[in-house]
Write a protein that binds this ligand. Structure first.
Ligand code: NAI
Ligand code: 15L
Length: 265
């Protein structure tokens, strides 16, 4: 249950900073990468390799020598298509090409609930539901999941695509009472995704053991994942917030406000 060298992209981001610490037991060396500034390596267990995911040659060099990849890097909110194209669409392709060329056998892909964001909050879906991306960002994550499936079918590279709900220190609003994923549960789920044998390409939802959920997460249970945290501990605080109109996208759609972004012109 330990790789020699594990690549973490998006390591300067909010989840990257958390996982830089919490994934330490997963590898002898964590190779930390981002286009944004990163804190210097803290010891022999860390390597810092700056890289723009849009640069194919740079990503190829980044992946060389790694045994597995946790791919968090990219635009993480709705943005104009051209930005999403460079960082996310080209980026995920470059990561998998690097994995193929350098014999990496396992990837964990930070997908998003925005792949299925246009389902209503009144609907219950599992990981096999038809995708309903809620913007360019959601489309890029949908593409990333397709890339993962293709590289498994064609090259045998295994991936767990985690459709992360809302991973923050605390849920910020009523919608996140359903979508919240604690940092501890995120770390556990990534660990299961890295080390469970025979995952092929598995899509799971990234959420804690929240009370009112929209997603059947049987696929995550098959990985041996059992969430330890729940948004319930924040209920009083969240319910003290002003009510949200039932017609507000944050109350209607699983993807919340992302469904109402743009156009960018
Ligand atoms: P973040 O925006 O804080 O981190 C993303 C990192 O990717 C940033 O440090 C950024 O500099 C880097 N990046 C952007 N473009 C890049 C490029 N061209 N080359 C190299 N690096 C680039 O986002 P966060 O919250 O840490 O999310 C991490 C991942 O998880 C993202 O892929 C995001 O889409 C996904 N995710 C996060 C959720 C959350 O609730 N935090 C929910 C669903 C998905
Ligand atoms: C995401 O995909 C984003 O990266 C994150 O910042 C949150 O907005 C999250 O989804 C969410 O839907 O709450």
């Amino acid at each position: 249950h330990r790789f020699d060298r594990l690549l973490l992209t998006g390591a300067a981001g909010s989840l990257g900073k958390v996982l830089r610490e919490s994934l330490r037991p997963c590898a002898n060396v964590l190779r930390l990468s981002d286009v944004a500034a990163l804190a210097p390596a803290q010891g022999a267990h860390e390597e810092v390799v700056p890289c723009d995911l849009a640069d194919r040659g740079a990503v190829d060099a980044l992946v060389a020598g790694c045994d597995a990849i946790v791919h968090l890097g990219g635009v993480s909110v709705e943005r104009p298509f051209e930005e999403v194209l460079e960082a996310n669409i080209k980026g995920v392709f470059h990561i998998y090409e690097g994995a193929r060329r350098h014999g990496v056998k396992r990837v964990v892909f930070a997908s998003s609930n925005h792949v299925i964001g246009f389902y209503r909050q009144s609907e219950r879906i599992d990981a096999h539901a038809l995708k309903r991306p809620d913007g360019y960002y959601g489309l890029s994550k949908s593409f990333g999941e397709d890339v993962a499936q293709f590289y498994f079918d064609r090259w045998g590279i295994e991936t767990v695509s985690i459709r992360i709900g809302s991973s923050f220190a605390e849920p910020a609003n009523r919608r996140m009472m359903s979508t919240w994923l604690s940092y501890r549960d995120l770390t556990t789920l990534i660990g299961k995704s890295l080390f469970t044998p025979g995952v092929r390409h598995t899509v799971v939802y990234g959420m804690s053991a929240n009370r009112d959920v929209w997603w059947d997460n049987g696929a995550a249970a098959l990985l041996g994942f059992a969430a330890q945290d729940t948004s319930e501990v924040f209920r009083d605080k969240i319910e003290a917030q002003p009510p949200v109109a039932p017609t507000d996208p944050n109350a209607l759609y699983q993807g919340g406000a992302f469904t109402a972004q743009g156009p960018f012109e």
